[in-house]
Write a protein that binds this ligand. Structure first.
Ligand code: DON
Length: 305
């Protein structure tokens, strides 16, 4: 096992240099493309780790898993999916095209930016302050950390430059898909994307999902079994955006990536995986993360298919 993990890490470091850190959010450009790390955690909370596994990074789109879980816990499956579909798009995560071309009555899935913003708008709470506090608290429940914070500088950087998301929100407002105040929802979404975590944190969330809602460290149920199942399914079909099909074949693990460089994986009944590597491929997925997940999947036979 130790050799296998060393090899997985080596594979990740080899490819890291061939990607680029995200630059469309200026603050993310400061990421070190050579950082690589991962955690493989079993369902009792025992874990093996390599590299920069305790380095904090912004979870970005990985938080779409957290907010979808919270919305499901808050208002239930029926209500959530009245406002967002569960169909993969094959389009980039911030694509606006399909809204005008297909004029859907709701966003295609909760993992693209448009769908995630709508999901965030469904979370219970009076105004932004209470909602972000609930999201942070729920993140702590999943990771087992005492507290969770968001990175103010990354949040401000994204808020200042997030014009694509602003366009998406206002487009959805114009067609009636988005209820509520777009500025408030955008602000909340930017805060949520800036939530900080480590490989170990996302591996722990992966382990919760892998164990159908039971926390690996405390042994307590933290989310409903049914909600863990729904979220793992949507991660499989939509979690790696327009690379989800290819990733399902090459790795076969329900996963969710973020442009901060993280990938959260949940291997049902076996492991939570968290990888980190800020150098991304053209689709916004961590190059080292994908390589390490594929390697681990092949060697440990993790594919669910
Ligand atoms: O909204 C955005 O564009 C970013 N805050 C998050 C995008 C993201 O992480 C896509 N992931 N691969």
């Amino acid at each position: 096992m130790e050799d296998l993990l060393n090899k997985a890490y080596e594979e990740g470091t080899k490819v890291a240099a061939s990607g680029n850190v995200a630059s469309y959010i200026p603050e993310l450009e400061k990421g070190n493309p050579e950082d690589v790390g991962f955690v493989l955690m079993d369902l009792k909370g025992n874990y093996k780790a390599r590299g920069q596994y305790l380095k904090s990074f912004t979870l970005q789109s990985i938080t779409k898993v957290i907010t979808l879980l919270l919305a499901l816990e808050d208002i239930g499956e029926e209500e959530v999916f009245k406002h967002v579909h569960m169909e993969p798009t094959g389009d980039p995560f911030n694509s606006i095209m399909s809204f005008e071309v297909k004029n859907p009555e709701k966003p295609f899935n909760p993992m693209i930016n448009a769908g995630a913003m709508v999901v965030t708008s469904l979370i219970r709470g009076e105004g932004k302050k209470e909602k972000i506090e609930r999201i942070l608290k729920f993140t702590s429940l999943l990771t087992g950390n005492k507290e969770t914070h968001y990175d103010r500088t990354v949040y401000e950087s994204e808020k200042a430059t997030g014009n694509r998301n602003r366009s998406l929100a206002y487009f959805m407002k114009s067609t009636g898909i988005m209820k509520g105040d777009p500025e408030e929802i955008l602000d909340l979404y930017f805060m949520q994307c800036s939530i900080l975590g480590t490989c170990k944190d996302i591996a722990t969330i992966g382990a919760v999902l892998a164990a159908n809602g039971i926390h690996p460290v405390t042994g307590e149920r933290v989310i409903r079994k049914e909600n863990a199942r729904i979220v793992k399914t949507i991660m499989t079909t939509c979690g790696m955006y327009d690379a989800s099909g290819e990733f399902a074949v090459s790795c076969g693990v329900p996963a969710k990536s973020g442009v901060g460089g993280g990938i959260l994986g949940a291997v049902p009944g076996r492991y939570g995986i968290g990888t980190f590597g800020p150098a991304l491929d053209a689709k916004g997925n961590s190059i080292a993360g994908i390589r390490m997940m594929e390697y681990l999947s092949r060697k440990l036979e993790l594919s669910i298919f």
